[in-house]
Each structure stands twice: as structure tokens, then as C-alpha cells.
Design a protein around this ligand. Structure first.
Ligand code: TEU
Ligand code: CA
Length: 558
């Protein structure tokens, strides 16, 4: 899966904003990667508060991105290139400028009032709920015309829909059919696990949140009473009649609950997009505050090994290290300074393409794009960053420390325009980009990567071909070979007699990996991001960020 962030992928008309015709001009490049499908972030008419995740009209294309004809052309072109198109569907909430909310918020007697979730003023203060992007941190905003607060898990401009109303569900299903009839091949459901709310609104004290939900509001929000009922209904009413892929963005779902969404007999969702691993390296009970010590390799191995087991016999998961909500993969998990930017990028892609689960590649990571590390709040466009910054200002918190944290964790780091060339607009735009282009595009860009035989880009293409030619990498059993105390993540994938060993040195230092495995013969070496390695009788000395994949014959020998 190749995720394309439309706003930053390719601008075709010089307004500094990526658009649909721009994506169309880059389809041959996407085909050249060897991927199967493209997931595009929302392109429906939006107020733009959360870059398309606050929709005003589900049946219109955001004019900045193009027209519905452009969308039809893109769908046809994607298909004629042998690719598939996955659309991002935001059904947990709308924009506050959506017609439904304009009506609902005008009066309690309005027929649309029940489309959203209200707390009438006569009931006193609403129970504490966290609004992820709200400067006050609350998920409630008061609306005078209805003398009620309304619920929004994200920004106040993103009121949550009331999925308990059958009329709401049936109108959302009509919207899905509208897009499925246009021939899209799959749906990525945004914040899908949050759609059912416990309307008894129990008090969720910090103590309860800690004790029952691991201190994470996302876990509580994903535990709504009717969630699976609604997912089964949506599958029955909408998804089953179309042969399409459904992906659940599954914040708040633990490994032990995953199969309740994607086991085949559940008839709910096909692919679970998990969150546990993406939180590694952040301090507990804090907002994406990076751990100064960096992420624990032990936690990395424990979480990924546990999640790999979840889908051993049924169901299926997604594997990703970056997306539009995350910093750049090599900055977060690798080392983005030379000489380690290239080897660590290659190592991370080796992980993505040799583990179990559908690999999701995020646009630009295949060039080894890095965090832009903004120094001032004015450079940010992200509602999440601004909301948190304002919250800290109100609370007298440490905004300087927050901006330092955002240099590693901020979502805009992963949203800077694609670096196609070393031109002033990076080949992305001839205009003024909506978000600053990373100055390092003069040396990190697609053109330079194409020219360099040892580039990340060529390595990624090779890895995708490798995965296609080794069923063990797709369906094989996973066996961890390295204990949690070592920075080396070593594992095996075995399937019908074929056994592959993968050794990843997740550190900037040389690491000796003691191994019973005998040194592979030259012919068995499938991947090495360094020109060779030293293997003694006791094991192998791995260079910083060295990634090795080799065939080790039959399971007995291994
Ligand atoms: O993200 C949802 C999401 O990341 C939350 O579930 C997460 O727990 C929260 O951000 C706390 O960090 C999706 C989209 O991917 C994101 O871009 C949108 O901003 C968000 O939903 C609202 O639509
Ligand atoms: Ca444009």
C-alpha cells in the first residue's frame, strides 16, 4: 500500500497545494515502485481546519484539489495502470460547517438536532471528556442556540456524529455507496473505533482512565457499546455487496481485541490499522512527548512480535512506521543524519517488507525524507499542534519544551511537500507551498535517488520485488531470535520449507549478534544494506543500522 497525502504530493496549477491532476502525473512513478494500491487522504469538500478531516460535503471534491471529473479521471487512470484506489472516509464526525450541523446547532427542535451528541445545559456540567485537538482539552463546546454542549473528540470544528440514530447511519451508508459506485477499490475508515458512544456518560476520572484504559482516552473511546453492531451492519448493508477492501484506523484497540474486528467470521472489517507500536518512544500519560532516551528496542520487539502473532491464523493487519499523523520514519525510528540516514532508511523498509501484515509505505519515506524541525509555532499548519500549544499557553505550560518535542513528534514533519527534485519548489510546486518545503530537498529528492544506484529508492523497489517473490515474507510464521536486551531485532520467517533470517541492527553502534546460524553462502544473501559483513564462528558483527536478509534453508538446519 502506498499512502499519498494529496495536499503535499504534486501541485499541477501552481497554487502551492497538491491536487488530483498532480497525482495523475505521478502514477507512472507510483507504478515504478511496484506497489499494489494507493490510499489517498480525504479530498471531499472540507473547511480545511484539519486538512480534509472536517468534511462539509461528502459528495463534492475540495476545489483546491480539483473537480469530480478530475476524481473520475484519476480512478480510471489508477485502474488502467493496474493499481487500486483506497479512499479515506471520515464518518466519526463532520465539519461544524456541514449542513447537518448548521441545522442541528440552530435549535433543539430542528430535525437534524439528533444527528449530533448534545449535553443540555439543564443537566449541569457535562462529564469530562478529552478533545484531542481542543485548546481547552475538552471534548465539549457550548452552543447557545440549543442551550447545549456538543461532543467533539477532536477539534470543536469537528462535531461527532450520533451513530445511534439509524437515519445517520443510513445516510452515511448512502455516501459510501456513492463512492463505491464510482469504482473505488477500498475504504480507509478514519477514527472508526470511536463511532459508538456510551450515552449514559459515566464519569471517567483520571483514576478510572488510568486503571481501566491505560491512561489513554483512545482506549475508552474505542470501547463504545454498539461499535461491533454498527460495523456488522455497515458490512452487511454496504461492504458485502461490493468486492472492496475495508481498513479500520483502530486507535485504542489492543492486540487481544484485534480479531474481534477482522476475523473473517466477524463480517466487519478486513484490515486492522493498529496503534500500539506507533506510540513506542513516547513518555506514558503524556501527549506524544518523546522519550529523551529514544525508543526502547525491547518494547519495539515485544510489541511487533506480539502483534505478529495476532494474525497468525486468521484476520490481517497493517504494518507502518509513518503516515500523515506521524513524523518522518527515518527521523522517528532511524537516524536522519548522515552517514546513517541512508542505511537506517533501508533497514526500516527491510522491516516493513519482511514482517507479517500489509506494508503501508508513506510517500517520501522512499527517498529518506526527514523531519523539517520547525522552530516557531507560526510555521505549523496542524490543528493538533496549535490546539496543544494554545492549551499550554492557557495553562502556563512549557511551550518551548513542547516546540522541541514537536521537532520530533509533530505531524507536520510528515506533511511537508514531496521532494521530487532540488529545484526551489522541489518539483512539487512552482508557487508558494502551503507548508514549507524541507531545505534538505536540495540533496534528498527523487531525481538524486534515481541517479544513485545505492539509493533508498532503488533499495525499496528491490525489497518490494523480494517480498513478491518470497511467500514466506507474506504468509510465513514469525519467530523472534533476539532477546529484548539486544538492539538487534533478529527474526525468522518460515513457510513450506523456505526459511529466511532477518537481522536488523536498530542502533548507531556496531553490534555483535551471537548466532547458531552458520554463515550464509553468498548465494543465500538476499538483502544487505552494507557492502558485506563479518561472520565468525560465534556470530556476526553488524554495522550500525545494518540490515541483512538471507535464506537459511530448511527449518531443521535453522
Ligand atoms: O486520526 C485519529 C487519531 O490519530 C486519534 O485516534 C489519536 O488517538 C489522536 O490523534 C491522539 O493522538 C485520524 C486522522 O488520521 C487524523 O489525521 C485526523 O486528524 C483525526 O483522525 C481526526 O479526523
Ligand atoms: Ca494545486
Amino acid at each position: 500500500m502506498y499512502q499519498v497525502y494529496p495536499r503535499s504530493f504534486q501541485d499541477s496549477n501552481g497554487d502551492g497545494i497538491g491536487d488530483l491532476p498532480g497525482i495523475l502525473t505521478r502514477l507512472d512513478y507510483i507504478v515504478s515502485l511496484g506497489v499494489d494500491a494507493v490510499w489517498i487522504n480525504p479530498v471531499c469538500l472540507s473547511a480545511g481546519k484539519d486538512v480534509g478531516y472536517d468534511i462539509i460535503d461528502f459528495r463534492q471534491v475540495q476545489p483546491e484539489y480539483g473537480t469530480m471529473e478530475d476524481m473520475d479521471r484519476l480512478i480510471a487512470a489508477v485502474h488502467c495502470k493496474g493499481l487500486r484506489l483506497i479512499m479515506d472516509m471520515v464518518l466519526n464526525h463532520t465539519s461544524n460547517r456541514h449542513e447537518w450541523f448548521q441545522q442541528a446547532s440552530s435549535s433543539r427542535d430542528n430535525p437534524y438536532y439528533g444527528y449530533y451528541i448534545w449535553w443540555p445545559v439543564e443537566n449541569g456540567q457535562p462529564p469530562a471528556r478529552c478533545g484531542f485537538f481542543d485548546p481547552s482539552g475538552s471534548a465539549w463546546t457550548y452552543n447557545a442556540p440549543t442551550r447545549s454542549w456538543y461532543l467533539h473528540y477532536f477539534a470543536p470544528e469537528q462535531p461527532d456524529l450520533n451513530w445511534d440514530l439509524p437515519e445517520v447511519r443510513s445516510r452515511l451508508y448512502d455516501i459510501l455507496r456513492f463512492w463505491l459506485e464510482k469504482g473505488i477499490d477500498g475504504l480507509r475508515f478514519d477514527a472508526l473505533t470511536y463511532i459508538s458512544k456510551d450515552r449514559s456518560f459515566p464519569a471517567i476520572t483520571p483514576g478510572i482512565l488510568k486503571e481501566k484504559y491505560n491512561g489513554d482516552w483512545g482506549h475508552y473511546y474505542a470501547a463504545g457499546p454498539h461499535l461491533h453492531e454498527y460495523l456488522r451492519e455497515m458490512h452487511r448493508e454496504v461492504l458485502a455487496p461490493y468486492n472492496v477492501l475495508s481498513i479500520a484506523e483502530a486507535a485504542g484497540v489492543g492486540a487481544d481485541e484485534a480479531l474481534s474486528f477482522v476475523a473473517e467470521d466477524r463480517k466487519e472489517i478486513d484490515l486492522l490499522y493498529p496503534f500500539e507500536a506507533i506510540g513506542i518512544g513516547y513518555l506514558p500519560d503524556s501527549f506524544k512527548t518523546p522519550d529523551p532516551a529514544g525508543y526502547s528496542r525491547g518494547a519495539w520487539k515485544e510489541v511487533y512480535s506480539r502483534w505478529s502473532k495476532v494474525f497468525d491464523t486468521e484476520g490481517w493487519g497493517a504494518l507502518y512506521l509513518g503516515n500523515h499523523d506521524q513524523p518522518r520514519m527515518v527521523s522517528r525510528w532511524g537516524e536522519d543524519k548522515d552517514p546513517f540516514r541512508q542505511p537506517s532508511s533501508k533497514l526500516l523498509f527491510t522491516f516493513l517488507l519482511t514482517m507479517r501484515g500489509t506494508p503501508f509505505l508513506y510517500n517520501g519515506d522512499e527517498f529518506g525524507m526527514t523531519n523539517i524541525r520547525f522552530t516557531s509555532i507560526e510555521d505549523y499548519q496542524d490543528v493538533e499542534t496549535h490546539g496543544r500549544f494554545e492549551q499550554l499557553q492557557k495553562d502556563g505550560g512549557d511551550t518551548a519544551a513542547f516546540l522541541t518535542d514537536q521537532q520530533l513528534a509533530g505531524r507536520d514533519n510528515g506533511r511537508t511537500p514531496m521532494q521530487w527534485s532540488d529545484a526551489p519548489g522541489a518539483g512539487f510546486t512552482t508557487g508558494d507551498p502551503w507548508l514549507k518545503i524541507n531545505p534538505d530537498h536540495t540533496r534528498i529528492n527523487r531525481e538524486s535517488e534515481e541517479k544513485d544506484p545505492s539509493s533508498v529508492l532503488h533499495f525499496v523497489r528491490m525489497l518490494i520485488r523480494l517480498r513478491r517473490s518470497h511467500p514466506a515474507l507474506v504468509y510465513g510464521d514469525y519467530t523472534l531470535m533476539s532477546g529484548n536486551d539486544s538492539p538487534v531485532h533478529a527474526y525468522m520467517r518460515s513457510h513450506r520449507g523456505s526459511v529466511l533470517a532477518i537481522l536488523l541492527n536498530l542502533s548507531s553502534e556496531k553490534q555483535f549478534f551471537a548466532s547458531i546460524l552458520s554463515a550464509p553462502s553468498q548465494g543465500d544473501i538476499l538483502v544487505d544494506n552494507y557492502p558485506g559483513f563479518q561472520w565468525s564462528r560465534e556470530g556476526i558483527l553488524l554495522q550500525p543500522w545494518q540490515a541483512l536478509v538471507f535464506a537459511c534453508g530448511t527449518p531443521s538446519k535453522a
